[in-house]
Design a protein around this ligand. Structure first.
Ligand SMILES: Cc1cc2nc3c(=O)[nH]c(=O)nc-3n(C[C@H](O)[C@H](O)[C@H](O)COP(=O)(O)OP(=O)(O)OC[C@H]3O[C@@H](n4cnc5c(N)ncnc54)[C@H](O)[C@@H]3O)c2cc1C
Ligand SMILES: NC(=O)c1ccc[n+]([C@@H]2O[C@H](COP(=O)([O-])OP(=O)(O)OC[C@H]3O[C@@H](n4cnc5c(N)ncnc54)[C@H](O)[C@@H]3O)[C@@H](O)[C@H]2O)c1
Length: 462
C-alpha cells in the first residue's frame, strides 16, 4: 500500500465489515492484495454483537427452561426459577467481549488488512472519504470497492414511537433485566424469536403484527403452528393490527391500536424490519439509484464497473450464510478465479423459535405464482413415530413443493424440535435436484424426525 498526500491507496476497499466483508478483506489480503477494511461500528457486523450469536444464546437459555418445565409431563417434577443474570453475563462476556471488537480488529490487522475506523462515503469510482474519530481520511481503491453495509433496524413512522425509549434488537441483547411486560412490534423472525425468549423468562408479552400472520415470508402452516405454541405459552398475539400512536409517560408505554383497546407495557421492542441508506453510502457516484432499498448485483456480485456488493444490501436473503456465500463469490471474481456464479434456488432460512421453523426454496404460493405445475406433500410431526415418542413439545410439520413437470422439489419447510437441522436434507434435495422418485425410494432412519420427509414425499399430490 502507498501513502501519498495523506491518501490511503490500496487495491481494494471493503466498506462495512459484516460477516462477509470481514472474510473478504482477510481472503484478499492473504492472496496478496492491499486491502483497506473500513468499519464504522464493530468488526464482524450485526451478527456476532446484536443478532445471530447473542439471540441464539438467549434462545438456548430459554429452551432449557422450557424443557425443564416439560419434566412434569415426562419424568417426575422440577422446580424451575428463571434467572436472566447468567444470560446477560454470557452475552456480555462470552459472546461480545462487552461489545468490544478489539480481538477482531487485531485479527484483521494481523492478516495484513489496513483497518480504518469510520463511516465511508464513496465520492467517485475508486475514491472514498472515511469520517472517523480522528477526522476525515481519503482512501483510493485502484481496483475497486466492495460494499457490505448491512441494514439498520427500522422504526415505523408511528407518532411518538421514535421519541420514546423503545428497544430494537441492539438494545434487547444488552438487557440487564427482563421487563415485567413487553410489547413486541413485528411478527417476523426477529419479533418471534425475542417474544418467546422474554416470555419464557417471565415477561408478559404482547406481539403486535401488522400482517395477518406470523412469519409471513414462510408457509401459512408455519405461522399458524407458531401462533398455537405462542398461545400455549401465554404470549398474546394480535395480527392484522394498525398501531396509530405511542405514548410514553416516563415509565410505561401505551400503544393505540385502530379499532381496538390500547395496549400497555413496561417496554416496547421494535422488530418491524430493516432500513438501508444508499445516499449515505454514496453509491450514486457509480450511477446507482440512491433511493432504492438495496443494490442489484449480477451473479458475480458486481453492481457496477469497480463496485461489488454483498450481504443484506443485495436483497437475496438477510442471513449470515448469504453474506458469507456472496463474499466467496466476490472474492473469486476479484482474484480472477474460476468459480460458479451465485445460485439462489436453495436458500435455506431458519427461525430459531421452539419449534424451529426452517424453509428452503419456494413456498407453495411462490411456486404457483411462477406458473409451475405444483404438487404438495404434508406430514405432521406429532403423527410420526418420533413425534409420538417425543410427546410434549412435538409440534411440527414437513411440507414439500414439487415441480411436477421436472419431478424435483423446488421448496420445502421443516418445522419441529430440530426443524433447522432436518432442513439440511431438504436443502440438499433441492440444491442437488434429486428426483422425487429417488427420494421415494430412499431409506429414512427410524425413528428420527427426518423420517417424516418420507411421509411427506409419499403424500405429494396435485
Ligand atoms: C435479531 C437478529 C437475529 C438474526 N439472526 C440470524 C440468524 O440466526 N442467522 C442468520 O443467518 N442471520 C440472522 N440475522 C441476520 C444477520 O444478522 C445478517 O444477515 C448478517 O449480519 C449479515 O449482514 P451483512 O453482512 O449484510 O452486514 P452486517 O452484519 O449488518 O454488517 C454491516 C457492517 O457495515 C457497517 N457499515 C455500514 N455502512 C458503513 C459505512 N458507510 N462505512 C463503514 N462501515 C459501515 C456497519 O456498521 C456494520 O457493522 C439476524 C438479524 C437480526 C437483526
Ligand atoms: N434466524 C434467522 O435467520 C433470522 C433471525 C432474525 C432475523 N433475520 C433476518 O433479519 C431480517 C429482519 O427481520 P425482521 O423480523 O426484523 O423483519 P421482517 O421484515 O422479516 O419482519 C418484520 C415484521 O414486522 C411487521 N411490521 C412492520 N411494520 C409494522 C407495524 N407498524 N406494526 C406491526 N407490525 C409491523 C411486518 O408485518 C413483518 O412481518 C429478516 O430479513 C430476517 O431474514 C434472520
Amino acid at each position: 500500500m502507498v501513502l501519498a498526500d495523506d491518501v490511503l491507496t490500496v487495491d481494494i476497499a471493503v466498506v462495512g465489515l459484516g460477516p462477509g466483508g470481514e472474510a473478504l478483506a482477510t481472503r484478499l489480503a492473504r492472496a496478496g492484495l492491499s486491502v483497506a477494511g473500513i468499519e464504522s461500528r464493530l468488526v464482524g457486523g450485526e451478527c456476532p454483537y446484536y443478532a445471530c450469536v447473542p439471540t441464539k444464546m438467549m434462545i438456548r437459555a430459554a429452551d432449557s427452561l422450557a424443557e425443564a418445565r416439560r419434566v412434569s409431563q415426562l419424568a417426575g417434577s422440577a422446580e424451575v426459577r428463571a434467572d436472566w443474570a447468567p444470560v446477560a453475563a454470557r452475552l456480555r462476556d462470552e459472546a461480545t467481549d462487552d461489545w468490544d471488537d478489539r480481538v477482531a480488529v487485531d485479527r484483521l490487522v494481523a492478516e495484513g488488512v489496513e483497518f480504518v475506523r469510520g463511516r465511508a462515503k464513496i465520492t467517485a469510482p475508486g475514491e472514498l472519504v472515511v469520517t472517523g474519530p480522528d477526522g476525515d481520511r481519503a482512501v483510493r481503491a485502484r481496483r475497486g470497492i466492495v460494499v457490505n453495509p448491512g441494514t439498520d433496524p427500522a422504526v415505523p413512522p408511528i407518532p411518538g414511537l421514535a421519541d420514546a425509549p423503545v428497544w430494537t434488537n441492539r438494545d434487547a441483547v444488552r438487557a440487564e433485566v427482563v421487563p415485567e411486560s413487553l410489547i413486541v412490534i413485528g411478527g417476523g423472525p426477529v419479533g418471534c424469536e425475542f417474544a418467546q425468549v422474554f416470555a419464557r423468562f417471565g415477561a408478559k408479552v404482547t406481539l403486535l403484527q401488522s400482517n395477518e400472520r406470523l412469519l409471513p415470508q414462510d408457509e401459512p402452516e408455519s405461522g399458524a403452528l407458531l401462533a398455537e405454541r405462542f398461545a400455549a405459552e401465554h404470549i398474546l398475539v394480535k395480527t392484522g393490527v394498525k398501531i396509530t400512536a405511542c405514548d410514553y409517560d416516563g415509565q410505561r408505554f401505551t400503544l393505540q391500536i385502530k379499532g381496538a383497546e390500547p395496549v400497555t407495557a413496561d417496554q416496547v421492542l421494535v422488530a418491524a424490519g430493516r432500513k438501508t441508506d444508499l445516499a449515505a453510502l454514496g453509491v450514486g457516484a457509480f450511477g446507482l439509484d440512491e433511493s432504492a432499498r438495496g443494490i442489484t448485483v449480477d451473479g458475480r456480485m458486481r453492481a457496477a464497473d469497480g463496485l461489488w456488493a454483498i450481504g443484506d444490501i443485495t436483497g437475496k436473503g438477510a442471513f449470515t450464510h448469504m453474506s458469507m456465500y456472496q463474499s466467496g463469490i466476490a472474492a473469486a471474481d476479484i482474484l480472477g478465479e474460476d468459480s460458479p456464479e451465485a445460485d439462489y434456488r436453495a436458500v435455506p432460512r431458519v427461525t430459531f423459535t421452539d419449534p424451529e421453523v426452517g424453509s428452503v426454496g419456494l413456498t407453495e404460493a411462490a411456486a404457483r405464482e411462477a406458473g409451475l405445475a405444483v404438487r404438495v406433500g404434508l406430514a405432521r410431526i406429532p403423527e410420526s413415530s418420533r413425534g409420538w415418542i417425543h410427546k410434549v413439545g412435538n409440534e411440527g410439520l414437513i411440507k414439500l413443493i414439487e415441480d411436477a413437470d421436472q419431478g424435483v422439489l423446488v421448496g420445502a419447510t421443516s418445522v419441529g424440535p430440530t426443524g433447522g437441522e432436518v432442513l439440511g436434507a431438504l436443502a440438499v434435495a433441492i440444491h442437488g435436484e434429486v428426483p422425487v422418485a429417488r427420494l421415494r425410494h430412499m431409506i429414512y432412519a427410524y425413528p428420527t424426525f427426518h423420517r417424516a420427509i418420507g411421509d411427506a414425499v409419499n403424500d405429494l399430490h396435485e
